[in-house]
Design a binder for this molecule. Structure first.
Ligand code: AMP
Length: 582
């Protein structure tokens, strides 16, 4: 039997899990950790790093690293990285490939297939881009599933005999999703889902950075352009501060210098819990809107929800928890680690696809998270006006679904009917997202009002197919031509795979060493100037040893560096991790 892994491809971190025996199990990365930062770095010699080591490298050499590229999925944007331009699916494929390799190491055999999660609010183009990322990584993508649905599956799998309504509030690094569902007798029915694709924990960090910089008379946007190293380091310090605010009533954030270092006597800015809560209030208002929409669509009152489940690393933030507690007038739950719950659910979905006996009493139904339709002209006051959105599949319809609508030609002898396909909730197409188009050509001559049937089919992966035909001809027109580069021809895909294959990957077994090297580099700016020379000598020796390729030399130099770090009061284990999986 070949394995299907479940992958949570996150903005900040990614995870991989596999269903083993009767439960999903997380797969460790080369550092023995379950969370792999979704960061890609390219070293001076062209070798590619993924994960912790790339995240460390980002602090000292941000121009060599890419992160948060999930936010660019489905767009034509490219990220310049060490002189090479990468698309978001290409960068994501490097993360997926690293996870695939981890899973193969863990299972001791090839892993050909995967279920990959996406935010519920990902549109057709973004879903296709995610699928393509999987293919570029050499994975057959068996299913794309919504992140909150996956989280729900973990809870549903755990609590199969329950009978209740629950809501999943999922705030990740870059996206926000809310999903209302009902569980009864092993059936998990998603009732409604809503969200925002540009709202996440990173925005809360940005707010923290913004108020700190504001106190220094600078704006974040300006500082980002003028002092990228300072901002990169400040982002890291604010990320730490945000987490510390969980356990402490106030934190002191040190201000890095323009070159990104933090000297001992660095100026500090005090941030209290209250100041943080006040700074993020506008973001919490944005959290409220999708919750209200999901409840309204599901015809459910907040008081009727039995369990409120928190998912996504950013739901650990106290202002968010406080907000949810007040909204639902109940204590939110996080029975599973919010970082892991989506990935575990993806592995449960993989087990459902593989007809695993452990899940044969479970059924799950999902919904289409947004309204899909076409651009059409309307007759208003005797005049034809174009640009109106006509829904064909309404949001929160259970999927898979196939629906048909009839449209008419608007002019006599009209030969061509252009069908522009949109996703969104606005009555005017200009305010919705165009996801593709289709041309019906060769309409036979005749008066206006000839009927054209348009069928939308939305599958379980959330991918849309559009068909159009005329009742009196045999001709059928199908498929959606997407707006972006997400749809590649086979030759283009092969070309992209070849390009990626030409990249040299940093050896997995040396990843912990690379991470230690980058971690030590970052620490250089933190130690006292009197100790710096000795510290740098140990780093130089370690870097040289890594280049030598001789195991013993590497081990000796690593021990020396670890000793120097300990002597400086820095824990080297933080960088080396637990490499128990080899
Ligand atoms: P995810 O995409 O689910 O991995 O979520 C990552 C987000 O969760 C990032 O924005 C982190 O800053 C945030 N996060 C993780 N742990 C914490 C914590 N202890 N306190 C506050 N935010 C956190």
């Amino acid at each position: 039997m070949s394995y299907i892994v479940g992958i949570d491809l996150g903005t900040t971190n990614s995870l991989c899990a596999v269903f083993l025996g009767d439960a999903p199990r997380l797969v460790p990365n080369p550092l023995g950790k379950m969370l792999t930062p979704s960061v890609v770095g390219v070293l001076e010699d062209g070798q590619v790093l993924v994960g912790e080591a790339a995240r460390e490298l980002r602090v000292t050499q941000p121009e060599r690293c890419a992160s948060c590229f999930k936010r660019l999925m489905g767009s034509d944007s490219r990220v310049e990285l060490a002189g090479r331009a990468f698309t978001a699916p290409e960068l994501s494929s490097l993360v997926l490939k690293a996870l695939k390799t981890d899973a193969e190491k863990f299972l001791g055999e090839e892993v050909p297939e995967a279920v990959i999660t996406v935010p519920a609010y990902f549109n057709d183009t973004q879903r296709k881009a995610t699928k393509m990322a999987g293919e570029l990584a050499g994975l057959k993508v068996r299913r794309i599933i919504n992140e909150p649905t996956a989280a729900a599956l973990t809870y549903g799998f755990h609590d199969r005999d329950a009978e209740k309504k629950l809501i999943v509030v999922d705030l990740g690094g870059g996206t926000f999703d809310v999903t209302l569902m009902e569980v009864f007798e092993g059936t998990l029915e998603i009732i409604s889902t809503s969200g925002e694709s540009f709202l996440g924990g990173e925005d809360f960090t940005n707010r923290l950075m913004a108020i700190i910089l504001q106190k220094q008379g600078t704006q974040l946007e300006v500082a980002e352009l003028q002092e990228p190293l300072r901002v990169a380091r400040l982002r890291q310090l604010c990320e730490e501060a945000k987490r510390k605010l969980l356990g402490e009533p106030e934190v002191q954030v040190k201000l890095p210098t323009a070159d990104g270092t933090v000297p001992d006597d660095a100026k500090t800015v005090k941030i209290t819990r209250d100041a943080f809560a006040k700074a993020v209030k506008p973001l919490l208002d944005r959290v409220a809107a999708p919750i209200g929409k999901a409840l309204r669509d599901g015809r459910t009152e907040a008081a009727e929800v039995n369990d409120v489940i928190l998912v996504g690393g950013a739901t650990r933030m106290l202002p968010l928890q406080e907000f949810v507690r007040e909204y639902f007038e109940q204590e939110p739950q996080a029975l599973f680690n919010p970082d892991e719950v989506v990935c575990l659910g993806a592995a449960v979905q993989a087990a459902l696809i593989a007809d695993n006996r452990a899940v044969d009493d479970m059924v799950m139904t999902d919904v289409c998270p947004f309204t899909l339709g076409v651009d059409s002209a309307k007759e208003l006051g005797g005049q034809l006006r174009s640009g109106y959105f006509v829904p064909i599949i309404h949001r929160n319809t259970t999927i898979p679904v196939s629906k048909e609508e009839v449209f008419s030609t608007i002019r006599p002898n009209q030969e061509i009917v252009q069908l522009d396909v949109y996703q969104g909730e606005n009555r005017k197409v200009e305010n919705n997202l165009k996801i593709g188009d289709l041309q019906v050509t060769g309409v036979p001559p005749g008066p206006a009002g000839q009927e054209i049937y348009v069928r939308f089919t939305y599958d379980v992966n959330g991918i849309l197919e559009v068909e159009a035909y005329m009742a009196n001809t045999d001709k059928k027109f199908r498929t959606v031509v997407t707006q972006h580069a997400a749809d590649l021809t086979d030759t283009e895909l092969e070309e992209a795979v070849k390009n990626l294959q030409s990249l040299k990957y940093y050896p997995r077994e040396d990843m912990a060493n690379q991470n230690l090297l980058r971690f030590a580099e970052r620490m250089v700016g933190e130690v006292s100037p009197f100790q710096r020379e000795q510290f740098e000598a140990a780093i130089d020796m370690f870097e040289q040893a890594l280049g030598s390729g001789d195991r013993q030399t590497v081990e000796d130099a690593r021990d020396t560096l670890a000793q120097v770090l300990s002597m400086l009061g820095i824990d080297p284990e933080e960088a080396l991790g637990d490499q128990s999986d080899g």
